[in-house]
Design a protein around this ligand. Structure first.
Ligand SMILES: [Zn+2]
Ligand SMILES: [Zn+2]
Length: 294
């Protein structure tokens, strides 16, 4: 049975930390967008190319916010679901009683002390969204992460290209003619080696921040992609229970991104139903030892 979308009634974060993180995201993303799309990009590109980059940047930021809102509004808790109480007494694997909710809870669900609910296939509590990421909103979280990564990469490309123009103006000789990103990175290598000296420039700070942001996001995207492809949550991975629900990449992709997973990056409102309801989880059969019993 598939999962039908439900929506939360309360959207505001419950703690000051979560609220601060939410405000931070809501301010920083538009600020970076304005700076990159309306200050940096027009300086880098001629008008036709600038229009193209403006459209691309605007689409990505709208998509980022769409997914961010979807993480917050989609209900991934067990509240409102009809949970069979007999599963616990019958000893059905994975079913347990949540003392905080005073209710039965399905396999892979975990209680969140901040959200005060049990969360289906709980991934983690996201401080930036002020809610938990679980079965129903995992799709939006993953695409949000990938889009942020792509946007930072795009910004880094714009800023570094502008920085290259600055370097060209400051430095002379073919060795320093860093007019493309590739040449700029070559220049960086020479700079690390201690060759040449360049005057300070205001763009140096956003350039360094975006470079570090890009590296950090690379690690995050790699980590969550690896978990997604093995149908494992962070908690299961940390407690050594990973790969128990791994049923092959095709199914694992659908469990998180839905049946139409290949369309989820386009926009969060595109329908992509999940193949399971989050109440029943079949485990991968344990590998049998051929030499056992010999
Ligand atoms: Zn609970
Ligand atoms: Zn939570």
């Amino acid at each position: 049975m598939g999962y039908s979308l439900r929506y939360r009634r309360r959207f505001l974060p419950r703690t000051l930390t979560d609220l601060s993180a939410l405000v931070f995201m809501s301010v920083v993303i538009p600020a970076v967008y304005w700076f990159e799309v309306y200050v940096v990009a027009p300086t880098v590109y001629n008008q036709p190319l600038n229009i193209l980059h403006t459209i691309l940047g605007t689409y990505i930021v709208i998509n980022i916010f769409g997914n961010f809102i979807a993480i917050i509004v989609v209900n991934t808790s067990t509240q409102g679901l009809l949970l069979p109480a007999q599963c616990v007494s019958a000893g059905t694997p994975g079913w347990h009683v949540c003392a905080s909710c005073e209710s039965t809870a399905p396999p892979r669900s975990r209680h969140c002390n901040t959200c005060r609910v049990c969360v289906l296939k709980k991934e983690h509590h996201c401080v930036f969204a002020g809610c938990c990421v679980g079965l129903a909103n995992h799709r939006y979280f993953f695409i949000f992460l990938c889009l942020i990564y792509f946007f930072i990469f795009l910004c880094l490309m714009w800023v570094s290209t502008l920085y290259c123009s600055f370097l060209n103006a400051c430095l002379s000789g073919p060795m320093w003619a860093a007019s493309t990103c590739g040449q700029w990175f070559a220049w960086c290598c020479r700079r690390v080696a201690g060759v040449g000296a360049v005057p300070r420039h205001p763009l140096r700070l956003p350039l360094l921040h975006q470079r570090d942001g890009c590296l950090f996001m690379s690690v995050l995207v790699y980590y969550y992609t690896a978990l997604l492809l093995t149908n494992t949550t962070t908690l299961e991975n940390n407690t050594g229970k990973g790969n128990k629900h791994d049923h092959g990449r095709d199914y694992n992709l659908k469990v998180t991104l839905g049946e139409r997973w290949y369309l989820t990056w386009v926009f969060p409102t595109l329908y992509s139903p999940l193949p399971c309801d989050g109440l029943e989880w079949s485990q991968r059969p344990a590998k049998t030892d051929k030499h056992k019993g010999k």
